[in-house]
Design a protein around this ligand. Structure first.
Ligand code: PBG
Length: 319
């Protein structure tokens, strides 16, 4: 065997390429705002905006034409309070319905977490001593999941990393007759600095403290397997690793140990550092594909990526 022969030209290379990303692997995230005709660029994420639901539908159109199958919605409400009341308001349900009527077959996934809805920016309500109130969080997540399911969400994704969230949500979904609504568990979610730009985008930065009490410690590898195991036991249908880029080993571990579909979330910081460098001419645009392929090669079935638009732009129109 001669490697140079196999790499000789693009045609041979593509014939023997082991990793390819297809349209159905990509999940496009959206930050949904109230109102109509709203588009607000996010400074820390060049090329990404918060949109009102009508603008989400519009923005998706070219991607749908090229084969986009799935979106993940984050609500960015105008009103926040300590309990995150607006998390069960009409913001996300309206968006689900608008997307559903424009694209009936779209797989609509929704974020189920409170950090975008609470005035203090934590993923849970706080108790009288100002500590994370887990039982209250589980109740709120369950309610939120049912509201989204009733509006037509196909998959709900609890990103708050509270123990027992998947189980509480499954119970509530089943109890309300939403047996078909699937759960994507943010099973292995690390307390990462790569989330910085997202907290701008979702306006969800914690006002005090951080999320290290409920997100995983980056040096830990085996803990991720235990977290995934637990989410599966609680009823997760898809398991997720997050972030992707600095955690490719965890994606690979998950692939080798579980048979569930694996999603990887290529988070805001991965996006912004690459787009920032491309903008300045420090790296070639092709680095985007190197990033996405590495995630796929590590073993992910699905990739949540802000690069969705770039990905679909370079695909030929469907024949
Ligand atoms: C929190 C949540 C986070 C992201 C999605 N949901 C991170 C966090 O602030 O802890 C991050 C996604 C990204 O960085 O793109 N519930």
């Amino acid at each position: 065997m001669n490697f140079r022969r196999l790499r000789k030209n693009a045609a041979i290379r593509s014939l023997v390429a082991e990793t390819e990303i297809s349209a159905a692997d990509i999940i496009a995230p959206y930050f949904v705002r109230e109102g109509r005709g709203v588009a607000r660029a996010i400074d820390s994420m060049p090329g990404v905006s918060q949109f009102s639901a009508d603008r989400v539908v519009e923005d998706m159109a070219p991607m749908v034409a090229k084969g986009l199958k799935s979106v993940l919605l984050f609500g960015v409400p105008n009103e926040k309070d300590p309990g995150g009341r607006s998390s069960i308001g009409p913001l996300v349900p309206d968006a689900i319905q608008k997307i559903r009527s424009a694209y009936p077959n779209m797989v609509i996934m929704t974020d189920v977490c409170l950090c975008g809805y609470t005035s203090h920016g934590q993923c849970a309500p706080l108790d009288a001593r100002g500590k994370i109130d887990e039982p209250a969080a589980l109740e709120r997540y369950a309610e939120m999941a049912v509201v989204h399911a009733r509006a037509g969400a196909d998959v709900v994704a609890p990103s708050g990393m509270m123990d027992g969230a998947v189980e509480a949500i499954r119970k509530a979904l089943d109890g309300s007759g939403n047996l078909e609504t699937a759960i994507m568990g943010y099973s292995a979610k690390y307390a990462s600095h790569f989330y910085g730009p997202f907290r701008d985008a979702a306006e969800s930065a914690p006002k005090h403290g951080d999320r290290t009490s409920y997100q995983m410690d980056p040096p830990n590898r085996l803990e991720a397997l235990r977290e995934i195991e637990q989410d599966i036991a609680e009823g997760a249908d898809i398991v997720m690793i997050k972030p992707a880029l600095s955690y490719l080993d965890i994606i690979r571990d998950a692939r080798e140990n579980f048979t569930h579909p694996i999603a990887a979330y290529s988070v805001s910081g991965e996006y912004s550092m690459i787009e920032g460098a491309i903008e300045r001419g420090w790296m070639s645009e092709n680095v985007r594909w190197e990033l996405l392929r590495s995630i796929k090669r590590a073993g992910a079935d699905l990739i949540i990526t802000y690069h969705a638009k770039h990905f679909f732009d370079q695909l030929p129109a469907a024949r």
